[in-house]
Design a binder for this molecule. Structure first.
Ligand code: NDP
Length: 250
């Protein structure tokens, strides 16, 4: 029996990178997956791929910054598959980088909106659906940046992602007694469009690789395995934690 049999999982940021790899892995492990991102063609292609492989998937294109979208995703999971057990709130952006004195307030707020407020909105609608099933696993994709290493020019990104750790601990304490586990996943540099945009020159790539004890970037499939651990019963006594999958950064 696959580890996510009979489970329903929302995965945001599924059109690319870590979310896409996680969607495929969760579906292979038996979950019915509800895929979200703004780019509909990429989502439709992923639904096709999962379905052709014998899996179970639907998608909804939209923007995680919008409250109506957070609500619609949960309604889709409940309406289509009968409930919700797992939510991997993974959509994110590096946002505008640069020296803090030059960073416009609007850019700071936009990064927080995409990375942090979207997680609040997701949780706001996902938690009641999980409570209906007497439990669940809520996961937020944070980052090693601002946790194991501070990097110049990334204040808004680091702050938004560190906020997810506070959200994680609060929700874990608030909902643990009712069976919902809440954890943050902290990937290191990962070979995705987002990761490659940061490591866009040979020098920048070497810098990112050199940050990690393993001296390379992760593949999205490796990070997906950590998401599977947090989603599954393998982590049944793990909640409120910040799980590093950062290849060793100190
Ligand atoms: P990708 O660029 O491959 O994926 C980002 C995903 O987020 C896309 O599917 C994108 O979809 C979605 N997304 C972004 N903004 C929105 C939005 N407003 N509404 C809906 N979906 C949105 O990058 P990764 O896979 O690397 O990133 C996934 C997560 O991992 C992010 O939260 C990132 O911060 C985090 N992370 C990444 C690291 C790395 O080195 N790559 C390291 C540590 C953490 P679309 O454009 O179709 O909307």
């Amino acid at each position: 029996m696959s580890v996510l049999s009979n489970k329903v999982a929302i995965i945001t940021g599924a059109s690319s990178g870590i979310g896409c790899a996680t969607a495929k892995l969760f579906a292979r492990e038996g979950a019915c997956v509800v895929l979200a991102a703004r780019r509909k063609p990429e989502l439709d292609a992923l639904v096709d791929e999962i379905t052709r492989a014998g899996g179970c998937a639907v998608a909804l294109a939209g923007d995680v910054r919008e409250e109506a979208f957070a609500q619609a995703l949960v309604e889709l999971a409940v309406g289509h598959f009968g409930g919700l057990d797992i939510a991997f709130n993974n959509a994110g952006t590096v946002g505008e980088m640069g020296a803090t004195p030059e960073l416009p307030l609007a850019a700071w707020e936009e990064t927080l909106r995409t990375n942090l407020s979207s997680a609040f909105l997701g949780a706001k609608y996902q938690l009641p659906a999980m409570l209906e099933r007497n439990g669940g696993s809520l996961i937020f994709t944070s980052t090693f940046v601002g946790y194991t290493v501070g990097l110049p020019g990334m204040a808004a990104y680091a702050a938004s992602k560190a906020g997810l750790i506070g959200l994680t601990q609060s929700l874990a304490a608030e909902f643990g007694a009712r069976g919902v586990r809440v954890n943050a996943l902290l990937p290191g540099g990962t070979d995705t469009p987002l990761g490659r945009a940061f490591a866009s020159t040979p020098e920048a790539l070497a810098f990112v690789q050199g940050l990690h004890a393993l001296k390379r970037m992760a593949s999205p499939e490796e990070i997906a395995k950590s998401a599977l651990y947090l989603a599954s019963d393998a982590s049944s006594f793990t909640t409120g934690t910040a799980l590093l999958a950062d290849g060793g950064v100190s």
